[in-house]
Design a protein around this ligand. Structure first.
Ligand code: XMP
Length: 326
Protein backbone atom coordinates (compact mmCIF):
# COMPACT_ATOMS: atom_id res chain seq x y z
CA UNK A 1 0.00 0.00 0.00
CA UNK A 2 1.28 3.46 -0.89
CA UNK A 3 0.97 5.49 2.30
CA UNK A 4 0.94 8.69 0.27
CA UNK A 5 -2.47 7.86 -1.16
CA UNK A 6 -5.59 8.81 0.72
CA UNK A 7 -7.79 5.70 1.07
CA UNK A 8 -11.18 6.08 -0.58
CA UNK A 9 -12.80 4.98 2.66
CA UNK A 10 -11.26 7.83 4.65
CA UNK A 11 -14.02 10.07 5.93
CA UNK A 12 -13.69 13.82 5.46
CA UNK A 13 -12.91 15.45 8.83
CA UNK A 14 -15.63 18.05 9.28
CA UNK A 15 -16.52 17.88 12.98
CA UNK A 16 -14.82 18.09 16.35
CA UNK A 17 -15.68 14.43 17.00
CA UNK A 18 -13.99 13.27 13.79
CA UNK A 19 -11.02 15.54 14.53
CA UNK A 20 -10.70 14.11 18.05
CA UNK A 21 -10.67 10.57 16.66
CA UNK A 22 -8.00 11.56 14.10
CA UNK A 23 -5.91 13.20 16.83
CA UNK A 24 -6.10 10.13 19.05
CA UNK A 25 -5.08 7.86 16.20
CA UNK A 26 -2.17 10.12 15.14
CA UNK A 27 -0.90 10.56 18.70
CA UNK A 28 -0.58 6.78 18.94
CA UNK A 29 1.04 6.51 15.50
CA UNK A 30 3.56 9.25 16.32
CA UNK A 31 4.45 7.66 19.67
CA UNK A 32 4.95 4.34 17.96
CA UNK A 33 7.09 5.84 15.20
CA UNK A 34 9.41 8.01 17.26
CA UNK A 35 9.46 6.14 20.60
CA UNK A 36 11.51 8.28 23.02
CA UNK A 37 13.56 10.05 20.36
CA UNK A 38 13.58 13.75 19.68
CA UNK A 39 11.81 15.29 16.69
CA UNK A 40 12.72 18.57 15.01
CA UNK A 41 10.18 20.91 13.39
CA UNK A 42 10.52 24.21 11.52
CA UNK A 43 7.59 26.10 12.99
CA UNK A 44 6.64 29.03 10.79
CA UNK A 45 3.40 29.88 12.56
CA UNK A 46 1.42 28.99 9.42
CA UNK A 47 -1.59 26.70 9.69
CA UNK A 48 0.09 23.43 8.69
CA UNK A 49 3.26 23.62 10.78
CA UNK A 50 1.28 24.94 13.77
CA UNK A 51 -1.15 22.01 13.65
CA UNK A 52 1.72 19.54 13.33
CA UNK A 53 3.45 21.19 16.30
CA UNK A 54 0.31 20.97 18.45
CA UNK A 55 -0.18 17.30 17.50
CA UNK A 56 3.41 16.41 18.34
CA UNK A 57 3.35 18.34 21.60
CA UNK A 58 0.34 16.26 22.56
CA UNK A 59 2.10 13.06 21.54
CA UNK A 60 5.67 13.57 22.78
CA UNK A 61 5.77 16.86 24.73
CA UNK A 62 9.26 18.29 25.11
CA UNK A 63 10.79 15.70 22.80
CA UNK A 64 9.50 17.91 20.02
CA UNK A 65 12.03 20.66 19.32
CA UNK A 66 10.41 23.54 17.42
CA UNK A 67 12.60 26.05 15.63
CA UNK A 68 10.97 29.34 14.69
CA UNK A 69 13.13 31.27 12.24
CA UNK A 70 12.22 34.93 11.92
CA UNK A 71 13.52 35.94 8.49
CA UNK A 72 12.51 39.54 9.08
CA UNK A 73 9.76 39.27 6.46
CA UNK A 74 6.97 38.18 8.80
CA UNK A 75 3.86 40.23 9.47
CA UNK A 76 3.63 42.48 12.50
CA UNK A 77 3.05 40.45 15.67
CA UNK A 78 3.67 37.02 14.10
CA UNK A 79 6.83 35.91 15.93
CA UNK A 80 5.26 37.16 19.16
CA UNK A 81 2.14 35.05 18.53
CA UNK A 82 4.22 31.92 17.88
CA UNK A 83 6.13 32.45 21.14
CA UNK A 84 2.95 33.23 23.08
CA UNK A 85 0.96 30.24 21.83
CA UNK A 86 3.65 27.58 21.75
CA UNK A 87 6.15 28.57 24.43
CA UNK A 88 3.96 30.37 26.96
CA UNK A 89 0.66 28.55 26.57
CA UNK A 90 1.63 25.07 25.34
CA UNK A 91 4.99 24.96 27.13
CA UNK A 92 6.74 23.75 23.97
CA UNK A 93 10.44 23.24 23.57
CA UNK A 94 10.84 26.24 21.23
CA UNK A 95 14.01 27.78 19.86
CA UNK A 96 13.47 31.28 18.47
CA UNK A 97 16.03 32.61 16.02
CA UNK A 98 15.91 36.21 14.92
CA UNK A 99 17.79 35.98 11.61
CA UNK A 100 16.48 39.31 10.28
CA UNK A 101 19.89 40.90 9.73
CA UNK A 102 21.27 37.84 8.00
CA UNK A 103 18.37 37.69 5.51
CA UNK A 104 18.19 41.41 4.84
CA UNK A 105 21.96 41.65 4.34
CA UNK A 106 21.83 38.84 1.75
CA UNK A 107 18.85 40.47 0.01
CA UNK A 108 20.33 43.96 -0.12
CA UNK A 109 20.32 45.29 -3.69
CA UNK A 110 18.66 42.16 -5.17
CA UNK A 111 15.84 43.19 -7.51
CA UNK A 112 14.95 40.01 -9.38
CA UNK A 113 11.91 38.27 -7.80
CA UNK A 114 13.11 34.72 -8.44
CA UNK A 115 16.55 35.57 -7.12
CA UNK A 116 14.94 37.03 -3.99
CA UNK A 117 12.91 33.82 -3.51
CA UNK A 118 16.02 31.67 -4.00
CA UNK A 119 18.01 33.64 -1.45
CA UNK A 120 15.19 33.48 1.11
CA UNK A 121 14.71 29.73 0.55
CA UNK A 122 18.41 28.90 0.72
CA UNK A 123 19.07 31.10 3.72
CA UNK A 124 16.15 29.52 5.54
CA UNK A 125 17.55 26.03 5.02
CA UNK A 126 21.03 27.17 6.06
CA UNK A 127 19.79 28.76 9.29
CA UNK A 128 17.65 25.73 10.08
CA UNK A 129 20.43 23.23 9.28
CA UNK A 130 22.92 25.18 11.42
CA UNK A 131 20.50 25.03 14.32
CA UNK A 132 19.84 21.32 13.74
CA UNK A 133 23.56 20.57 13.77
CA UNK A 134 23.84 22.10 17.26
CA UNK A 135 21.27 19.68 18.60
CA UNK A 136 22.14 16.15 19.57
CA UNK A 137 20.09 13.04 19.36
CA UNK A 138 17.66 14.13 16.69
CA UNK A 139 16.50 11.34 14.41
CA UNK A 140 13.24 12.69 13.11
CA UNK A 141 12.05 15.71 11.21
CA UNK A 142 8.37 16.66 11.34
CA UNK A 143 6.83 18.45 8.37
CA UNK A 144 3.49 20.10 7.71
CA UNK A 145 3.02 18.38 4.36
CA UNK A 146 -0.68 18.26 3.42
CA UNK A 147 -2.47 16.22 0.76
CA UNK A 148 -2.51 18.92 -1.95
CA UNK A 149 1.31 19.14 -1.61
CA UNK A 150 1.55 15.43 -2.40
CA UNK A 151 -0.92 15.70 -5.28
CA UNK A 152 0.86 18.73 -6.72
CA UNK A 153 4.33 17.26 -6.47
CA UNK A 154 3.20 14.56 -8.90
CA UNK A 155 2.06 17.14 -11.41
CA UNK A 156 3.34 20.50 -12.51
CA UNK A 157 4.89 22.01 -9.44
CA UNK A 158 4.97 25.76 -9.24
CA UNK A 159 7.56 27.65 -7.25
CA UNK A 160 5.33 27.45 -4.18
CA UNK A 161 6.08 25.32 -1.15
CA UNK A 162 8.60 23.15 -2.92
CA UNK A 163 8.82 20.16 -0.61
CA UNK A 164 11.40 17.49 0.03
CA UNK A 165 14.13 17.17 2.57
CA UNK A 166 16.87 19.79 2.35
CA UNK A 167 20.27 18.41 1.53
CA UNK A 168 22.39 17.67 4.55
CA UNK A 169 19.41 16.94 6.75
CA UNK A 170 19.19 13.19 7.02
CA UNK A 171 16.20 12.49 9.15
CA UNK A 172 13.25 10.16 9.06
CA UNK A 173 10.11 12.16 8.31
CA UNK A 174 7.08 12.53 10.54
CA UNK A 175 4.16 13.88 8.49
CA UNK A 176 0.97 13.39 10.49
CA UNK A 177 -1.34 15.55 8.33
CA UNK A 178 -0.10 14.47 4.91
CA UNK A 179 -3.41 12.87 3.92
CA UNK A 180 -5.53 15.85 4.99
CA UNK A 181 -6.98 18.68 2.94
CA UNK A 182 -6.59 22.22 4.22
CA UNK A 183 -10.12 22.50 5.64
CA UNK A 184 -9.54 19.30 7.62
CA UNK A 185 -6.22 20.57 8.96
CA UNK A 186 -8.07 23.63 10.27
CA UNK A 187 -10.74 21.51 12.00
CA UNK A 188 -7.99 19.43 13.62
CA UNK A 189 -6.16 22.62 14.66
CA UNK A 190 -9.22 23.99 16.43
CA UNK A 191 -9.82 20.64 18.15
CA UNK A 192 -6.21 20.82 19.40
CA UNK A 193 -6.99 24.19 20.99
CA UNK A 194 -5.04 26.46 18.65
CA UNK A 195 -6.38 30.03 18.39
CA UNK A 196 -8.98 30.62 15.67
CA UNK A 197 -6.87 33.49 14.26
CA UNK A 198 -3.96 31.10 13.71
CA UNK A 199 -5.99 28.24 12.24
CA UNK A 200 -8.17 30.32 9.93
CA UNK A 201 -5.63 32.88 8.87
CA UNK A 202 -5.34 33.94 5.25
CA UNK A 203 -2.65 32.34 3.06
CA UNK A 204 0.76 33.92 3.46
CA UNK A 205 3.64 33.19 1.05
CA UNK A 206 6.86 31.59 2.30
CA UNK A 207 8.98 34.60 1.22
CA UNK A 208 6.59 36.70 3.28
CA UNK A 209 6.52 40.45 2.96
CA UNK A 210 9.60 40.13 0.72
CA UNK A 211 7.39 39.72 -2.38
CA UNK A 212 5.32 42.74 -1.36
CA UNK A 213 8.30 45.05 -0.97
CA UNK A 214 8.72 45.21 -4.73
CA UNK A 215 12.26 45.20 -6.14
CA UNK A 216 15.30 45.51 -3.90
CA UNK A 217 14.18 45.34 -0.27
CA UNK A 218 15.19 48.16 2.02
CA UNK A 219 14.51 48.16 5.75
CA UNK A 220 12.51 51.38 5.73
CA UNK A 221 10.27 50.33 2.83
CA UNK A 222 9.82 46.89 4.40
CA UNK A 223 8.59 48.62 7.56
CA UNK A 224 6.10 50.55 5.43
CA UNK A 225 4.80 47.21 4.06
CA UNK A 226 4.58 45.73 7.56
CA UNK A 227 2.87 48.73 9.16
CA UNK A 228 0.36 49.25 6.35
CA UNK A 229 -0.45 45.52 6.34
CA UNK A 230 -1.11 45.67 10.09
CA UNK A 231 -3.51 48.60 9.62
CA UNK A 232 -5.31 46.83 6.75
CA UNK A 233 -5.72 43.64 8.80
CA UNK A 234 -6.93 45.58 11.83
CA UNK A 235 -9.53 47.45 9.77
CA UNK A 236 -10.70 44.33 7.91
CA UNK A 237 -11.20 42.59 11.26
CA UNK A 238 -13.12 45.56 12.68
CA UNK A 239 -15.32 45.77 9.60
CA UNK A 240 -16.26 42.09 9.40
CA UNK A 241 -14.19 41.38 6.29
CA UNK A 242 -11.74 39.00 7.96
CA UNK A 243 -12.65 35.45 6.97
CA UNK A 244 -14.86 36.82 4.18
CA UNK A 245 -12.05 37.88 1.88
CA UNK A 246 -9.61 35.19 0.80
CA UNK A 247 -6.44 37.27 0.79
CA UNK A 248 -5.79 40.92 1.52
CA UNK A 249 -2.56 42.78 1.93
CA UNK A 250 -0.57 45.85 1.02
CA UNK A 251 2.30 46.31 -1.39
CA UNK A 252 4.90 49.07 -1.52
CA UNK A 253 6.53 49.55 -4.94
CA UNK A 254 9.98 51.02 -5.22
CA UNK A 255 9.12 54.40 -6.62
CA UNK A 256 8.19 57.66 -5.00
CA UNK A 257 5.95 60.50 -6.07
CA UNK A 258 5.44 64.08 -5.00
CA UNK A 259 2.99 64.83 -2.25
CA UNK A 260 2.30 67.58 0.25
CA UNK A 261 2.20 67.56 4.03
CA UNK A 262 2.14 70.49 6.50
CA UNK A 263 2.59 72.86 3.57
CA UNK A 264 5.79 71.14 2.40
CA UNK A 265 6.37 68.99 -0.63
CA UNK A 266 7.11 65.36 0.13
CA UNK A 267 8.72 62.63 -1.88
CA UNK A 268 7.31 59.35 -0.65
CA UNK A 269 6.05 55.86 -1.61
CA UNK A 270 2.52 54.84 -2.46
CA UNK A 271 0.88 51.92 -0.64
CA UNK A 272 -1.20 49.61 -2.85
CA UNK A 273 -4.14 47.77 -1.31
CA UNK A 274 -5.02 44.36 -2.76
CA UNK A 275 -8.01 42.24 -1.66
CA UNK A 276 -8.99 39.19 -3.70
CA UNK A 277 -11.31 36.23 -3.63
CA UNK A 278 -10.53 32.88 -5.19
CA UNK A 279 -11.19 29.18 -4.78
CA UNK A 280 -7.85 27.74 -5.79
CA UNK A 281 -5.54 30.77 -6.34
CA UNK A 282 -5.36 29.96 -10.07
CA UNK A 283 -7.69 32.83 -10.86
CA UNK A 284 -9.04 35.55 -8.59
CA UNK A 285 -11.68 38.25 -8.46
CA UNK A 286 -11.61 41.60 -6.71
CA UNK A 287 -13.32 42.11 -3.38
CA UNK A 288 -15.42 45.27 -3.41
CA UNK A 289 -14.23 47.15 -0.35
CA UNK A 290 -16.79 49.73 0.85
CA UNK A 291 -15.75 53.19 -0.30
CA UNK A 292 -15.93 54.64 3.23
CA UNK A 293 -13.51 51.96 4.44
CA UNK A 294 -11.13 52.72 1.56
CA UNK A 295 -11.17 56.41 2.54
CA UNK A 296 -10.56 55.53 6.19
CA UNK A 297 -7.68 53.20 5.24
CA UNK A 298 -6.16 55.94 3.11
CA UNK A 299 -6.41 58.39 5.99
CA UNK A 300 -4.80 56.01 8.47
CA UNK A 301 -2.05 54.69 6.20
CA UNK A 302 -0.96 58.10 4.92
CA UNK A 303 -0.88 59.51 8.46
CA UNK A 304 0.48 56.55 10.40
CA UNK A 305 2.98 54.92 8.06
CA UNK A 306 6.33 56.59 7.68
CA UNK A 307 7.46 57.44 4.16
CA UNK A 308 4.05 57.09 2.51
CA UNK A 309 2.03 59.86 0.86
CA UNK A 310 -0.55 58.02 -1.29
CA UNK A 311 -2.81 54.98 -1.15
CA UNK A 312 -3.88 53.15 -4.31
CA UNK A 313 -6.48 50.40 -4.68
CA UNK A 314 -5.71 47.61 -7.14
CA UNK A 315 -8.77 46.63 -9.21
CA UNK A 316 -7.02 43.95 -11.25
CA UNK A 317 -8.33 40.38 -11.25
CA UNK A 318 -6.14 37.32 -11.91
CA UNK A 319 -5.60 37.13 -14.84
CA UNK A 320 -4.17 39.57 -15.81
CA UNK A 321 -2.48 40.33 -12.50
CA UNK A 322 -1.14 37.57 -10.24
CA UNK A 323 -2.28 37.77 -6.63
CA UNK A 324 1.15 38.79 -5.37
CA UNK A 325 3.23 41.46 -7.08
CA UNK A 326 6.32 39.31 -7.62
P1 XMP B 1 0.14 34.33 -7.35
O1 XMP B 1 0.86 35.59 -6.98
O2 XMP B 1 1.00 33.37 -8.12
O3 XMP B 1 -0.19 33.59 -5.97
O4 XMP B 1 -1.20 34.60 -8.02
C1 XMP B 1 -1.07 32.51 -5.80
C2 XMP B 1 -1.04 32.14 -4.31
O5 XMP B 1 0.24 31.63 -3.95
C3 XMP B 1 0.84 32.44 -2.94
N1 XMP B 1 2.27 32.58 -3.26
C4 XMP B 1 3.26 31.91 -2.65
N2 XMP B 1 3.24 31.02 -1.65
N3 XMP B 1 5.59 30.86 -1.76
C5 XMP B 1 4.42 30.50 -1.19
O6 XMP B 1 4.43 29.71 -0.25
C6 XMP B 1 5.70 31.75 -2.78
O7 XMP B 1 6.78 32.05 -3.25
C7 XMP B 1 4.46 32.31 -3.24
N4 XMP B 1 4.15 33.19 -4.21
C8 XMP B 1 2.80 33.36 -4.21
C9 XMP B 1 0.10 33.76 -2.98
O8 XMP B 1 0.14 34.44 -1.73
C10 XMP B 1 -1.29 33.32 -3.37
O9 XMP B 1 -2.02 32.86 -2.25
Amino acid sequence: MNDNVRPETMERITTKELADAFIEEQVKAIQEQVQDHKVLLALSGGVDSSVVAALLIKAIGKNLVCVHVNHGLLRKGEPEQVIQVFKNEMDANLIYIDATDRFLDKLAGVKDPEQKRKIIGKEFIDVFAEEASKLEDIHFLAQGTIYPDILESDGIKSHHNVGGLPEGLNFELVEPVKLLFKDEVRVVGEALGLPHSMVYRQPFPGPGLGVRCVGAITRDRLEAVRESDAILREEFAKNGLEGKVWQYFTVVPDFTSTGIEDGKRTDAWPVIIRAVNTKDAMSATIEEIPYELLKHLTERITHEVKGVNRVLYDLTPKPTGTIEYE
